[in-house]
Ligand binder design. Structure first.
Ligand code: UTP
Length: 408
């Protein structure tokens, strides 16, 4: 892209200020900036207009979960079905590890965080150890895809190489990068992070399949016969991955997606509740839960919206392809964004100063026809690490690991 083409693109989005320092840049830096302008999708900024509009939701009604007692009763049948799918090479696992982990406050990617007490136990190690259990059980190597971002890709790859993939066969590990989205001030003006660089951050975990497709990774997976992809957060150190019983239950229910859910531990617990919205599966985020929804009961007197998602979904690839062209909602999130000020000086704000633009994987659920919410024991499967201490922290996750007999 040349200078004139860049100006034209930026004019369309009201962002010509990004070329403010162009004339003073060395030729290679000029090319770098023009390339970034060419590759950047500025359309997410338009989501700011929607912020002013009242959010419109469809009609929310309950979606029944398959509960633990029912799963127990049919366990053998489900495990057999799921194991067969794995052995037939139809199942892959995808770690969503492109996030910045800002709340944890580590300067490294989250997967490199060490939660050990007497020996190093890295977050990636915990996930791979859990996946290896299924590999051993099924005597089948399961393709593992790891989504990174521009910000953490090299560090992630080097780390896993250094630790020899924690015993995973490296021929079954594929990395792919997610896309970046520009970050802006409160008026939608995109920040410069350097004179030759636009401030950008990973575009949220919702872009995972689009990125996988764009990188050619999804195409190769399909050629190899992958029909199901189990995606999950990097930060849940008890994550059960490619769980044969869950896979079998989702296949048996003939659903486009299975979602692992836990029984909420409080009516206002900060997890998204699984439901139907205008008859399609959906998730009501905790901040959208009204008193009416929190107090609603089913025919047995149990909470009608009592199951929360834990970001462990099994997607049928065929259905992902059908929704590939559909746009996901852009979530506008207030964040601290390092940038250059009016005088070109670097600012590292202590308080939020603008917006990042993210898509969320949970929004994909609503685009699909049907979903199986599958209940799991939270003490056994749900130990997310978002913060250093308190709720969903290194501290709480360590306690849960110890409860599960995992040596730290
Ligand atoms: P979170 O929403 O917890 O974000 O991500 P985060 O970046 O890890 O942490 P904070 O909010 O900055 O503290 C949930 C999961 O989605 C992944 C994360 O790596 C984590 O596994 N994710 C998030 C991505 O893969 N890409 C993104 O752009 C954002």
């Amino acid at each position: 892209m040349n200078y004139n083409e860049a100006i034209k693109k930026l004019e369309k989005y009201g962002q010509t200020h990004l070329l403010k320092y162009y004339e003073e840049l060395a030729p290679d830096k000029q090319i770098k900036l023009l390339t970034q302008i060419e590759e950047t999708d500025f359309s997410p900024i338009e989501a700011l207009n929607d912020l002013k509009a009242p959010s419109l939701r469809g009609q929310i009604t309950p979606l029944k979960a398959m509960e633990i007692y029912e799963i127990k009763a049919r366990r053998d049948e489900f495990v057999e079905l799921g194991t067969k799918a794995i052995k037939d090479g139809k199942v892959g696992a995808v770690i969503l590890a492109g996030g910045m982990g800002t709340r944890l406050g580590s300067d490294k990617p989250k997967g490199l965080y060490d939660i050990g007490l007497t020996k190093p136990v890295y977050i990636f190690q915990r996930l791979i150890e859990n996946l290896l259990e299924v590999v051993k059980l099924t005597k089948t190597n399961i393709p593992l895809y790891i989504m990174t971002s521009d910000k953490n890709n090299d560090q992630t790859i080097n780390f896993l190489k250094q630790f020899n993939y924690f015993g995973y066969d490296k021929n079954y590990v594929t990395f792919f990068k997610q896309e970046m989205a520009p970050a802006s001030d409160y008026n939608g003006k995109v920040f410069l992070e350097e004179k030759d660089q636009i401030a950008a951050s990973p575009n949220g975990n919702g872009g995972w399949y689009a990125s996988m497709d764009k990188n050619g990774v999804a195409g190769r997976a399909k050629e190899q016969g992958i029909e199901w992809l189990n995606i999950f957060n990097v930060d849940n150190v008890l994550q059960r991955i490619t769980d044969p019983c869950f896979i079998g239950a989702t296949i048996s229910a003939n659903c486009a997606v299975g979602a692992k859910v836990v029984r909420k531990n409080a009516r206002d617990e900060k997890v998204g509740a699984i439901c139907l919205e205008d008859g399609r599966p959906s998730i009501v985020e905790y901040y959208d839960m009204t008193d009416e929804l929190m107090d609603a009961r089913d025919e047995n007197g149990n909470p009608a919206y009592g199951f929360g998602v834990i970001m462990n979904y099994l997607f049928r690839v065929k259905n992902l392809d059908e929704i590939l062209e559909k746009k996901l909602e852009i979530h506008v999130v207030e964040k601290k964004i390092p940038h250059l000020d009016e005088d070109g000086k670097k600012v590292n704000p202590a308080e939020p100063n603008g917006y990042k633009y993210e898509m969320l994987a949970l929004d994909m659920i609503h685009q699909l026809e049907n979903c199986l919410p599958y209940e799991v024991e939270r003490e056994y499967e749900f130990a997310p690490i978002k913060n250093q201490t308190g709720v969903d922290s290194v501290e709480s996750a360590r306690n849960l690991c110890l409860k599960n007999g995992i040596l730290l």
